[in-house]
Design a binder for this molecule. Structure first.
Ligand SMILES: [Zn+2]
Length: 315
């Protein structure tokens, strides 16, 4: 048996696991993402976490060789040097952090691979999930923000420096509000957790609020119960998703769009609703060849995909 360390650096938690080549998790631990001290604190917490997993493996399973470290991190990751090319400022100082260099300095005996957190989810799907039988697919993660990853001819598309796949910033309304990326009316402003929060504040401004909580979770459960006001808001959310998904399909002609993230885990009915919103916006020939599929469930796919880089990294 061979194994690798997988690390998933998220805004709220750092997840660590020892994963074997079949994608099975042998050991795991989680730490809260340090909320103070910015990038430096996160890096030292991360290096300490890797250290303790390695010590655990040396003590309890000395015969299982650890072949490398794979890291998935929020932000646009420079595919060449494993540093953060750009990140929104939820983690102060994250942009520019040389994740690969700092990790390789601490663990010089192990190769280190770093990619964007959604790109590593796409690797988990490709080797262990819904992407197993597809050579051309797209992953969309619906959470607080919206992340994307593109797989073409079996390989992750990185673009010029690693920024490809920012599908949350496909514009679905060029007259829409300004987005932090510079564009107007981005998908993320309508269909992410934070976008839905904004949308609800906007739509109920000056009106008496509904009986449910004005956030994505409140909206989705009211929608599932058949609440009329929630259905009206969901028309906007689903219209935005259908429009963006149609653009993705027209640009890439994928065999599948694999949809995951916290929102879908909570409300599985969201996937068929997205399908109904996408079909009438997509040219029939393209639609015939694409499936919308749920992502691997559970929150382990981040560490599993991160570790998979050790065996399946881009050349
Ligand atoms: Zn944007």
């Amino acid at each position: 048996m061979k194994a690798a360390i997988g690390v998933d650096i998220g805004g709220t938690s750092l997840k660590f696991a020892v994963v074997d080549q079949e994608g099975r998790v042998l050991r795991e631990r989680t730490a809260a993402t340090p909320s103070h001290g910015g990038a430096n604190s996160i890096m030292s917490e991360m290096l300490a976490g890797i250290d303790s997993l390695l010590a655990d493996m040396r003590a309890s399973a000395p015969d299982v060789p650890i072949e490398g470290i794979g890291i998935g991190a929020a932000g646009q990751i420079d595919a060449k040097d494993g540093s953060v090319a750009f990140a929104v400022d939820t983690i102060p100082g994250w942009t520019g952090t040389p994740i690969r260099r700092l990790t390789a300095e601490r663990f010089p005996a192990l190769p280190v691979y770093v990619d964007n957190d959604v790109n590593v989810l796409a690797l988990a799907e490709k080797y262990y999930g819904a992407g197993k039988n597809a050579r051309h697919f797209v992953c969309v993660a619906l959470g607080t923000g919206i992340g994307g990853a593109i797989v073409q001819d079996g390989a992750i598309v990185h673009g010029a420096y690693g920024g490809a796949g920012e599908l949350g910033h496909l514009s679905v309304d060029f007259n829409g509000p300004r987005c932090s990326c510079g564009n107007f009316g981005c998908l993320e402003l309508y269909a992410s957790g934070s976008g839905i929060h904004r949308l609800l504040a906007d739509m109920f401004d000056g009106l008496s609020p509904p009986a449910w909580e004005l956030n994505a979770a409140g909206l989705l459960s009211a929608w599932e119960r058949g609440d009329a006001a929630a259905a009206e808001v969901m028309d906007v959310v689903l219209g935005a998703l259908g429009s963006a998904f149609a653009s993705i399909i027209h640009a890439l002609n994928p065999e599948a769009i694999i949809v995951g993230g916290g929102m879908l885990d909570r409300v599985p009915a969201l996937l068929p609703a997205i399908e109904r919103a996408t079909a009438p916006r997509t040219s029939p020939a393209m639609w015939k060849h694409v499936k919308l599929l749920p992502a691997l469930s559970g929150n382990r796919s981040g560490v599993i995909g991160a570790a998979a880089q050790v065996w399946h990294h881009s050349p």
